[in-house]
Design a protein around this ligand. Structure first.
Ligand code: SF4
Length: 370
């Protein structure tokens, strides 16, 4: 078994990444489901140490940055007390997406998380390795997962490994996924972080039919879904005020990989969610606009990408946007946080460049797009 950990810099609570603005901690939320009391506790802990905002990541996790380096023991213990760290050894490999509206997958996700943490060898998975669970809708299968399970009915489903797959009964899905992950750990060459890095002859694909394309749904947009709400979080920056609003509406919410939160029963409390700065327009700028953290938090750029994105959003706020492509603003060629379907704009940029990308319905190149 190769040990890739010396090169794997995905952060966790016990191994923060030190950025220019301080220590950065990532907290895993398997399936995105989290109690609002836990969100409240984390934002309080972060705020007490100088970071009152939490970032939603593109894998449905939470990130807190600009924390003291080294992290105070008191902070680590306080986060551990929220229950967000059930396994110290496996903290960075619990990257598990689930279709945010399919609450009937919760049992499967919980069983998988437990099995993952119970297998010592899987602590050696790369931190970039991503698991996904979906239902027949194909929600979250649009993301860059490595191993996924699509439950098509209570008695049938497909295990997906990269672009290959095989039929697996839902009762056997956890064991089958753990088996594939173990084969990856045991046979992947050094430097392979994901299934897509493997040759087609890899034993990881054994027993699977190649070129199997699952049903895939596009990302959820902000808006009302029955009694629930998909609440967009501008730039994925979840504030203490927004967490308080979520907590007053629901005991539990689901973080999505698309800078939004599913709020059960939220449709009856739209005003409160909007007042806190959450958004529900599917055709507004915050449904499609994102940015890396940029300056001054990151020294690789002098461009304040977040401010640039906010200014662009403000200037199109009164318009209904008919363009459909996501726009991601980055400060340099590292392109942090780029999503699967993003139109990426690389600084130097102006607000007008970002507005053009947001409003353009053609594929003509925009300045900064590379
Ligand atoms: S894309 Fe560049 S500027 Fe933006 S956060 Fe990443 S390294 Fe920093």
């Amino acid at each position: 078994m190769s040990d890739r950990s010396p090169l794997d810099r995905c952060p966790g609570l016990l191994r923060p990444f030190v950025a220019d603005d301080g220590a950065l901690v990532r907290l895993r939320m398997p399936g995105g489901r989290v109690a609002t009391s836990v969100l409240h506790d984390v934002v309080e802990i972060a705020g007490a140490h100088g970071a009152p905002v939490m970032q939603l990541t593109s894998r449905g996790n939470l990130q807190v940055r600009a924390l003291p380096d080294p992290l105070p023991l008191q902070l680590i213990e306080a986060v551990e007390a929220t229950g967000l760290l059930p396994s110290a050894s496996h903290e960075r490999v619990r990257n598990i997406l689930a279709a945010p509206l399919a609450s009937d997958l919760d049992g499967l996700v919980a069983a998988f998380d437990q099995a993952l943490c119970a297998e010592p060898r899987l602590a050696h998975l790369p931190g970039r390795f991503l698991f996904a669970f979906s239902d027949a809708s194909g929600s979250v299968l649009s993301e860059r997962w490595d191993v996924a399970y699509q439950r098509e009915s209570p008695t049938s489903g497909t295990l997906l490994v990269g672009q290959s797959g095989r039929e697996v009964h839902p009762d056997d899905a956890v064991t089958a996924m753990i088996g594939v992950a173990l084969r990856f750990v045991e046979t992947a060459p050094d430097g392979a972080w994901n299934v897509r890095d493997l040759p087609v002859t890899s034993p990881v694909f054994d027993g699977h039919t190649p070129d199997l394309l699952p049903v895939v749904a596009p990302p959820l947009l902000p808006g009302v879904v029955g009694a629930d709400v998909v609440a967009g979080v501008p730039l994925g920056m979840l504030t203490a005020e927004q967490v308080a609003a979520l907590a007053s509406v629901a005991d539990e919410v689901v973080l999505t990989p698309w800078r939004s939160v599913v709020v059960p029963g939220g449709a009856a409390h739209l005003d409160m969610l909007l007042r806190a700065g959450l958004v529900t327009e599917p055709d507004g700028p915050w449904a499609r606009l994102s940015a890396c953290v940029g300056a001054p938090s990151c020294r690789r750029t002098a461009v304040p990408t977040l401010d640039l994105a906010r200014s662009a959003a403000e200037s199109v706020a009164s318009r209904r946007l008919t363009a459909t492509q996501d726009v991601h603003v980055v400060g340099c060629e590292r392109r942090c946080g780029t999503g699967v379907s993003d139109r990426v704009l690389v600084a130097p940029l102006t607000v007008d460049d970002v507005v053009s990308a947001l409003t353009s319905t053609t594929t003509a190149a925009i300045r900064g797009e590379q």
